[in-house]
Design a protein around this ligand. Sequence first.
Ligand SMILES: *Cc1c(COP(=O)(O)O)cnc(C)c1O
Length: 466
Amino acid sequence: MQYVSTRGSAPALDFEGVTLAGLASDGGLYIPAEWPRFSEAEIAALAGLPYAQLAARVMQPFVGDSLTPEKLLELCEKAYGRFAHKAVTPLVQLDEQNWLLELFHGPTLAFKDVALQLLGLLFEEFLSRSDARLTIVGATSGDTGSAAIDAVAGRDRVDIFMLHPNGRVSDVQRRQMTTVLSPNVYNIAIDGSFDDAQAMVKRMFGDRAMTDRFRISAVNSINWARLMAQVVYYFAVGVQLGAPHRKIAFSVPTGNFGDVFAGYVAAQMGLPVEKLIVATNVNDILHRALSSGDYSTGTVTPTAAPSMDIQVSSNFERLLFDVGGRDGVALAEQMRGFEATKAMQLTNQQREGAAALFTSARADPDQMTQAIRWAYEECGEVIDPHTAIGLHAARNAGIDPAVPVVTLATAHPAKFRDAVERATGTRPTLPTRIGDLFEREERYAELPGDYDAIAAYVAEHATPNG
Ligand SMILES: *Cc1c(COP(=O)(O)O)cnc(C)c1O
């Protein structure tokens, strides 16, 4: 399998290459040169497989020759063996139409573990082949950071630098990052928003002074391998609910557009998807883009669902590329305009292509709270604020009552205890596997939201490649 950049000028790479590269050298994102397709019989044959086996089958076409099928299965078994639920991503029924797909049974209690546990193992495997070192630089609105740190802490050949917006992640989220004291882990709290942090990370990829000395890579969902690992659970739940013979809708609490783009990929591969509902909070650039074609950033409003407090959704570029005729030169031009003015208009082709599969909804804080309360009082399920935004969108999207709607439950409610307690009157307890989080020692640097200061810090602490 070959991968091409959404901006048309970076070299095509194989799976090993895109996994280690993260962002493409022309500033674009890597995407498969064509989508693999599963036949109905191949989809039907996934039913009943253990999660790790199903994962290896769904991912094999994307991995190509970079891993043998045996090696891929071994890595999947290792990654998903660390989950606290035997089914890895169990499905829970709420009412006649609505279901929750629980993606938060990994080590750090959010869906990011599903992809990052595998990514950590892929890095280790590929780096050991070439005796190389990697400097991972990431920005987190909360959950990516802890999941990435857990996935690479203490591993050889990798240093990780994780930027988070100071004071804008929950105390559980911060402590899950800053209490990991392995010498290859560097947490940095920056003055600024997640978007500021993400912009600095992107800038570092294009900074020759840094890339000449360090092999810099990404764990944000701009890394293709993460999206690939997320395609798996769409198939897993799809066959449980009747695919390939029945259509399913998914409601996805969305920030950087990675998780919902994985659903789009599953649909391109043949999964019968009725609709993908992009659920946003008041930071609703995607809702505006999908409903009116206006992709323009506002200021970020902090909410109780911080992992969705985003105004620039990196992975949206992958969708614009795929539905816009795969014209990298034109998209590079469009993205340059967006980067200069912080606004762009989708082309008609992009709008129509997106509308075929996507719809969107926005939940304000009251609607989010009501959704938590509804799940608790009517269905006996405690859900977190991100999941609640997805559930609000699911129940208001006007999906045909005959079609099951699966809301992706992206975080464990104990990760956002204050908001859940405000809505339900009950404070969720931390699962025993992280129960002593508040007794552990924390370590992190506080830096200004200034690129030069961040680059200097990374240069001082990272181990150069070779
Ligand atoms: C990261 C995250 C999201 C947003 O996912 P994207 O792939 O960035 O769209 C939603 N909910 C939670 C809990 C998250 O951690």
